[in-house]
Design a protein around this ligand. Structure first.
Ligand code: ADP
Ligand code: ADP
Ligand code: ZN
Length: 208
């Protein structure tokens, strides 16, 4: 089994692309951000620990993330590979991942910092199905989401206050992973500052 990593700064479009690539490849999406938000909502111990970091725009400790992944990867849908969205985000997470599953492609969605604030502050999603939208760049249809259970949801951490610390965390703790994966010859850079469909096309081509 072989897996894909979607890599990039907060708001780069990882979730947006994951939704489309899952449709094409059948690989299930594993988003550590979604898993943490579910834990916060469920009021688990992990959730309450994670929340203090998420609210501050900081990374949740590696041990917490690695435990979540180790458990998730045992689910039957993960047996033929998965698509990681927002994981790994540190060198220790990447080292742990290497012992858990083989990674065949790391897809880096590149978006300049100055675009990130507008992307994150305009983001919302459908509570029914998780589809991601944007106030300006990708608004939901007037009649609501295709899934028929349209309900607008905004993330507590999607505000200008956290964006700078999230970007800092990305540059300091996550971007060093690029070199790590580049030397392994599995790193693919994609220009993420373009139309959503064009980016999807390039990602699918890189996965061929
Ligand atoms: P990530 O998962 O990397 O944090 P998202 O997929 O949630 O990013 O995208 C962040 C926001 O930017 C969302 O509101 C989304 O609709 C929007 N977005 C995603 N891709 C693009 C794009 N290529 N151009 C403009 N806006 C985009
Ligand atoms: P985005 O890509 O838009 O920043 P995510 O949903 O991936 O959003 O992550 C939201 C928050 O959850 C992060 O700011 C961080 O606090 C936490 N988080 C998610 N994934 C990880 C991870 N792999 N390692 C550490 N913290 C994480
Ligand atoms: Zn929906």
């Amino acid at each position: 089994m072989s897996s894909i990593v979607l890599f990039g700064p907060p708001g780069a479009g990882k979730g947006t692309q994951a939704e489309r690539i899952t449709d094409q490849t059948g690989l299930p999406q594993i988003s550590t951000g979604d898993m943490l938000r579910a834990a916060v909502k469920a009021g688990t111990e992990t959730g309450s620990l994670a929340k203090t970091y998420m609210d501050a725009g900081q990374l949740v400790p590696d041990e917490v993330i690695i435990d979540l992944i180790k458990e998730r990867i045992t689910h039957p849908d993960a047996k033929d590979g998965v698509m990681f969205d927002g994981f790994p985000r540190t060198i220790p997470q990447a080292e742990a991942l290497a012992t858990i599953t083989e990674v065949s492609h790391v897809i880096a969605i590149e978006v300049p910092d100055e675009r990130i604030v507008e992307r994150i502050c305009g983001r919302y999603s459908c509570a029914g199905c998780g589809s991601v939208f944007h106030d300006t760049f990708n608004p939901v249809a007037a009649e609501g989401c295709d899934c028929g259970e349209w309900q607008e949801k905004r993330r507590a951490d999607d505000n200008e206050g956290t964006v700078m610390s999230r970007l800092n965390a990305y540059h300091e703790q996550t971007s060093p992973l690029a070199e790590w994966y580049e030397s392994a010859g599995i790193f693919h850079r994609i220009d993420g500052d373009r139309a959503i469909d064009d980016i999807t096309g390039d990602i699918l081509a890189a996965l061929q």
